[in-house]
Design a protein around this ligand. Structure first.
Ligand code: C5P
Length: 236
């Protein structure tokens, strides 16, 4: 599996996201698109079908976390949207993650990649300790949640690029790391806490980087996307 750049299309309506994607019409490499809560809640499930019809791969980032039965039934609905990757919070326990796998699996046994959020890349170790009362080093927490996800049959985790080596070391190279918290050298960090450049994420072994504002808010989003691909991917 080759490394890829996933563009976080955090827009609140259909016109904005389709207008944005139109700018990439001439690109040989069609961006892998992340649809998150803002766009899904604002534009509804049809936007997933429409972007899929345009030929983009889709990571549906809704971060489910609820009782196992609710998550299973919700995943069964998402299954019919035919996305390439979706996710949940590992915090919901192994039982919830197993229920999610069941719900997401199609009658023919196939399913989209399912990955678990470990700790949000906006969470610092200090906040985790002071507000969540988790009194352990952040990489240990991420690794523990990754092992839970693997035990539940998931394909990988969302974590910071900084944690990719420890996750791959313990869960194997085939266990996918999807890593937001990516910024160009000298770029604005915003609300993210654990960040690296695309080149550093590559060095650390991330499988996918998720990049939002450094591309969507750039003066030239296509150039910013190309820069991510050039720094991170095996071939541009
Ligand atoms: O704009 P920025 O590059 O910070 O966007 C990062 C994207 O990755 C956002 O859409 C955010 O929801 C998502 N994400 C994250 N941290 C996680 C999981 C997802 O930043 N742990």
């Amino acid at each position: 599996m080759g490394k890829d750049v996933i563009v976080a299309c955090d827009f609140s309506n259909r016109e904005a996201v389709l207008g944005f994607l139109d700018r990439f019409a001439g690109e040989a490499r069609k961006p892998y698109v992340k649809i998150g809560m803002e766009l899904f809640y604002g534009a509804g499930p049809d936007i997933v079908r429409e972007i899929k019809r345009r030929g983009h791969r889709i990571f549906l980032d809704l971060k489910l976390c609820d009782i196992p039965n609710t998550v299973k039934k919700s995943m069964a609905v998402l299954r019919d949207l035919d996305v390439d990757m979706t996710n949940l919070h590992a915090f919901g326990t192994i039982e919830m993650m197993k229920a999610a796998v069941e719900g997401l699996t199609r009658p023919d046994g196939t399913r989209p990649l399912l990955i678990a959020v470990t700790q949000l890349t906006s969470t610092s170790e200090q906040r985790m300790r002071d507000e969540l009362l988790i009194d352990r080093p952040l990489p240990d927490v991420v690794l523990h949640y990754a092992k839970n996800a693997q035990a539940a049959g998931l394909d990988g985790v969302v974590c910071s690029p900084l944690e990719s080596p420890v996750v791959h070391g313990a869960c194997g190279a085939g266990f996918v790391t999807v890593t937001p918290g990516v910024r160009f050298a000298g770029g604005a960090v915003g609300d993210q806490a654990r960040v690296t450049t695309p080149a550093k994420a590559r060095e650390l072994g991330s499988d996918y980087i998720v990049v939002g504002r450094p591309i969507t808010a750039a003066d030239d989003p296509v150039a910013a996307y190309r820069r991510c691909v050039a720094e991170f991917c095996d071939e541009a």
